[in-house]
Design a binder for this molecule. Structure first.
Ligand code: HEM
Length: 568
């Protein structure tokens, strides 16, 4: 690449565009491809063919790779100030989506990208997705390996990361049967009621200062995190303790998102070159462990005492006291026995495995739900007639003469069809995860006329399916009525995707979200109660903007600020 635009070789070269240069690191793009180590051979080939400076355009982002020491010196030293900036979010893969959309428009709904020896396949068609995830589920239920966690000395023994096999089955069944099954979810009703009060109080506090309208995402995150901490450790902690655990979780996710891409390049070497980063990762992990272990040990102790008392029934009948709950995710982890590798016996989970599983539980359920809440409330702010129709439905449940402090879970779940339609429409138009977690093909799989070779990483494009104009009428509009009986194209939609996939905010098939029904309950219960308590209004001069930004989930680029009016 030469600035005179003449190029360096056959077919190579392009003119440097005006404006700031983008510094490399394809961030999440690499995360998606899952083996960025393989980018280097490709770059080497490009450099051999086109000269020592090559540029790659991903969506609107131009990334330039410099392999020449003189050019590097001229850039970093002589023109240092001009190149000292960082891109706005060096880890954003937001720009990957427009590129994929263009490829799909040109080549059809299944595209593959090869980076080095690694093949990544992107599926945007709902029928192919169904044939793959449900029809050939077992062959596509594996996950690609994860370099970073193994560098930190962690096992793959979490639900999300483990390969498709007995360990995954055991851990997933434990979560589904012991914590997210409706009979267990009921046990956490007092916890949800407490969090509803926390949420409403915090919103009321924030709303009391109209001069600085609140950023509601922070309040949603705190509320969802408090709830998950309680479900995880069985302990109602004070705000400072919840925030300390939240900070440790956040640091860990940030570390994974921002500091680890370097290890994807030849980890055996980079782990020595970037020893500081490995140590940072270990320190962040240690901090999590320091905070989690006292809580885990206290459940361990409690379990021992119950066993010693010799009356297990006593514990299940004992009422939750104000702060300590009878059931927790950690309790279920304490009963797990993992088969030894040699199959000769079994063992309990190690402390590190327990910490990883708790960390997974907290992070899987917090940002996803808080993000969905933000999008749904933004749509209700932007569409006051929909909010008012929803409020009318909610009022009908609180106007029967009883003293209703809240919309009950039972009503939110079963008796408010328009509420359900609002939630589904929110998840269709704004799925928190635009791509499922990557799946890996365990064997050659043929689906819908496409061959997915063994070992390929397969990414399913959730947002594309929910917004496909061939499948949905006016997909860019927010129309909850489409999900109402007799209403239109969303009637009787099967959000689990088992029958057919129309939209899949939770995935489909064997790896479908392990807490789908809990997630739906949280959304229904909290949205209903937030609309019951407040009228949600747009802030003049700070209008709702639906632009997207990829963080851990796809959030609003401009966080939602609102004017909250307490309802009479
Ligand atoms: C609105 C809220 C939520 C959304 C939109 C959501 C969405 C998803 C999606 C798209 C996946 C990936 C599926 C795949 O890779 O095929 C997933 C996996 C998972 N989710 Fe959720 N989720 C939500 C809430 C929760 C909650 C509250 C928990 C737990 C407390 C949870 C636990 C998990 C777990 C453990 C997995 C991994 C499943 C596996 O690999 O077998 N999620 N979720």
């Amino acid at each position: 690449l030469r600035s005179d635009g003449k190029g360096g070789g056959r077919g190579g070269g392009c003119r440097v565009p005006p404006g700031p240069l983008a510094v490399p690191v394809l961030g999440n793009l690499l995360w998606l491809w899952h083996s960025p180590a393989d980018l280097e051979p490709l770059l080497r080939r490009l450099i051999a063919r086109h000269g020592p400076v090559v540029s790659l355009r991903v969506g609107s982002r131009l990334s330039i790779f410099v392999a020449d020491r003189r050019v590097a010196h001229a850039a970093l030293v002589e023109r240092g100030a001009a190149l000292a900036d960082r891109p706005p979010d060096e880890h954003s893969s937001a720009n990957l989506e427009p590129l994929l959309r263009r490829l799909i428009a040109r080549h059809g709904p299944v595209v593959s990208l090869r980076v080095g020896s690694r093949l990544s396949i992107f599926v945007a068609d709902r029928r192919v997705a169904h044939a793959a995830l449900v029809g050939r589920g077992a062959a596509l239920a594996d996950r690609p390996p994860d370099v970073t966690h193994s560098l930190l000395g962690e096992s793959r023994n979490t639900i999300t990361r483990s390969g498709y096999g007995p360990v995954w089955r055991l851990l997933r069944r434990n979560l589904v049967v012991e914590t997210t099954h409706p009979s267990r979810v009921r046990l956490f009703a007092p916890a949800r009621s407490w969090v509803r009060r926390v949420l409403v109080d915090k919103l009321a506090d924030a709303g009391a200062h109209p001069a600085s309208p609140p950023r509601v995402l922070e309040v949603f995150r705190y509320a969802m995190f408090s709830l998950l901490v309680l479900m995880c450790f069985g302990e109602r902690l004070d705000e400072a303790a919840v925030r300390a655990i939240g900070a440790a979780q956040h640091d860990f996710l940030l570390y994974l998102g921002r500091k680890t891409s370097v290890f994807m390049f030849y980890p055996a070497i980079t782990k020595h070159l970037f020893r500081g980063r490995v140590h940072l990762g270990l320190a962040v992990r240690r901090r999590q462990k320091e905070l989690f272990m006292p809580l885990i040990n206290s459940r361990r102790e409690r379990k021992k005492q119950i066993q010693q008392s010799g009356d297990p029934a006593a514990s299940s009948e004992k009422k939750d006291d104000n702060t300590t709950f009878n059931h927790s995710y950690v309790d279920t982890l304490l009963t797990i026995r993992l088969q030894d590798v040699d199959g000769d016996g079994d063992r309990a989970l190690t402390d590190d495995e327990m910490v990883s599983l708790c960390s997974e539980f907290l992070s899987a359920g917090t940002d996803t739900t808080a993000t969905a809440l933000q999008w749904i409330m933004a749509e209700l702010v932007k569409n006051p007639s929909i909010q008012s129709k929803l409020h009318d439905e909610i009022k009908s449940k609180t106007s029967d003469g009883d003293d209703h402090d809240e919309i009950t879970e039972d009503d939110a779940r079963n008796n408010l069809p328009y509420l359900k339609a609002v939630i589904l429409e929110g998840l269709r138009k704004h799925p928190p995860m635009h791509l499922l977690l990557p799946h890996k093909a365990a064997e050659d799989v043929e689906v819908g006329g496409y061959l997915i070779p063994k070992g390929a990483t397969v990414n399913f494009m959730v947002a594309e399916m929910g917004r496909d104009e061939k499948e949905w009428e006016k997909p860019t509009e927010f129309i909850p009525e489409r999900f109402m009986a007799g209403g239109g194209d969303g009637e009787d939609v099967d959000v689990t995707g088992s029958r057919e996939i129309r939209m899949m905010p939770f995935g489909a098939g064997r790896r479908i979200c392990a807490a789908l029904s809990v997630a739906m309950l949280h959304l229904e219960y909290f949205v209903a109660n937030m609309v019951k308590e407040f009228e949600w209004k747009e802030v003049a001069g700070d209008e709702v903007d639906f632009a997207e930004r990829l963080e851990f989930t796809t959030v609003m680029a401009k966080p939602l600020r609102v004017r909250l009016i307490k309802r009479a």
